[in-house]
Design a protein around this ligand. Structure first.
Ligand code: UD1
Ligand code: UDP
Length: 377
């Protein structure tokens, strides 16, 4: 029997983390012939993920350059991917999420009439400029997609409202959970002495990440100012901030935080220590997409420092709150979570709206069923 040929494409840290379990299940199944292509839109941050999950890509387009424009990322990724699609001639091309790599991959696949499988399909904020350019990437990818792998019922509902055919939409859970359950260890010890030295029991450790393009500028200054004031006003707070490699983020952080005691700015962490740090901290403040999914699963309250979110499930479940992008709002909401233990306990509820850790297996089965039995459920 002919194998099902799958080209799995990703380019950045979060795509790598969420594609890794799919790469694994397809590689272990001899009905598939899978090749992995990284665009390397990210370099160091992607290499960290490849190392942790022990993935050696079959193709590495190595398109990373500092300060590339969105157009440059798109065109360089497309040119590289086209050569590979022509050579490998996949039956299915898999992309994950909402980055420029995702849209470039889907468009190249479509041009060559390869079926596109979109993992984490259907998330919508309703605002084309927030998250930017991710909301547009998701919508444009959706148009080109054959298999919409929606992580939740809400995401599937968004696709139905946009009139995609129901038989092409599959609720699978989010593969982020497949990865998370592999790495969390309640007695985890960091390799880094500094992270081991933090007093997780007696101090309130806040884990901060911020990188979104639409936050760069005034919103990010506001977010950092609020956190700086919180640290100045509360002696039992320590902030750990594994900072994104984007130099625009770094310059705002330098400008606002400078060198403040109890705000620890560290390099991006490998996924294993990062996920375990979520599990050990008191509270998460983030504009990240993936972390909004991981923190509720681990029962950690999350303040989402954005205007809107395409991930309402954590908010509906009560573990996440939208804190916005204004200094006073953010300050007040952090303050409440520090001082109001009832509110904190209500939010620190482990809920898992994002799946059972078997999304990759479901995606594998859907692909096989459709391809060999021509039975798309
Ligand atoms: C990208 C994605 C975003 C995703 C984020 C995850 C797009 C348009 N953006 O944003 O959707 O949420 O990744 O982190 O696809 N850099 C390095 N080394 C790295 C990675 C980045 O130095 O390994 C620096 C470079 O200077 C680069 C800058 O960060 O120019 C921005 O990287 P880019 O991939 O353009 O966008 P991100 O902000 O990382
Ligand atoms: N992450 C990591 N190290 C870090 C920060 C984040 O491994 O220092 C992981 C995190 O657990 C999540 C993913 O990276 O799975 C989120 O990436 P990011 O915030 O860059 O992208 P987004 O999810 O917003 O697209």
């Amino acid at each position: 029997m002919d194998k099902l040929k799958v080209l799995t494409v990703f380019g950045t840290r979060p795509e790598g983390i969420k594609m890794a379990p799919i790469v694994k299940v397809l590689n272990e199944d001899n009905r598939f012939l899978q090749r992995v292509c990284v665009t390397a839109q990210h370099r160091d941050m992607l290499d960290q993920v490849l190392k942790i999950f022990d993935i050696t890509p079959d193709y590495d387009l190595d398109i990373f350059q500092h300060g590339q424009t969105l157009t440059q990322i798109t065109t360089r990724a497309m040119e590289g991917l086209e050569r590979i699609v022509k050579e490998f001639r996949p039956d299915v091309l898999l992309v994950q999420g909402d980055t420029t790599t995702v849209f470039a991959g889907a468009l190249v696949g479509f041009y060559h009439q390869v079926k596109i499988g979109h993992v984490e399909a259907g998330l919508r904020s309703g605002n084309l400029y927030s998250p930017y350019p991710e909301e547009a990437n998701r919508k444009m990818t959706g148009v080109l997609t054959h298999y919409h792998f929606a992580p939740t019922k809400e995401a599937a509902g968004n696709l139905l409202m946009e009139n995609y055919p129901p038989e092409k939409i599959f609720v699978t859970g989010n593969t982020v959970i497949d990865s998370l359950v592999q790495v969390i260890d309640d007695s985890y010890i960091f390799e880094d002495d500094f992270l081991n030295s933090l007093d997780y029991k007696n101090k309130k450790i806040i884990l901060l990440t911020a990188h979104r393009r639409e936050n760069i500028g005034e919103p990010m200054v506001n977010i950092f100012q609020a956190i700086k004031r919180i640290v100045e006003d509360n002696k039992d707070i320590e902030v750990v901030y594994p900072i994104h490699l984007n130099p625009n983020v770094r310059s705002i952080s330098d400008e606002v935080f400078g060198d403040i005691d109890r705000i620890h700015i560290i390099e991006p962490l490998d996924y294993l220590p990062f996920a375990n740090l979520i599990n050990m901290c008191y509270l998460v403040i983030t504009d990240s997409g993936g972390i909004q999914e991981e923190a509720p699963t681990l029962g950690k309250p999350v303040l989402v420092v954005r205007k809107e979110t395409e991930r309402p499930e954590g908010i509906e479940a009560g573990t996440a709150k939208l804190a916005g992008i204004f200094e006073d709002d953010i300050y007040r909401m952090i303050s409440e979570l520090i001082h109001d233990s009832k509110l904190y306990d209500e939010m620190a509820n482990a809920v898992n709206p994002y799946g059972d850790g078997r999304a990759s297996e479901k995606i594998r089965d859907i692909l096989i069923n459709d391809h060999f039995n021509n039975n798309p459920f």
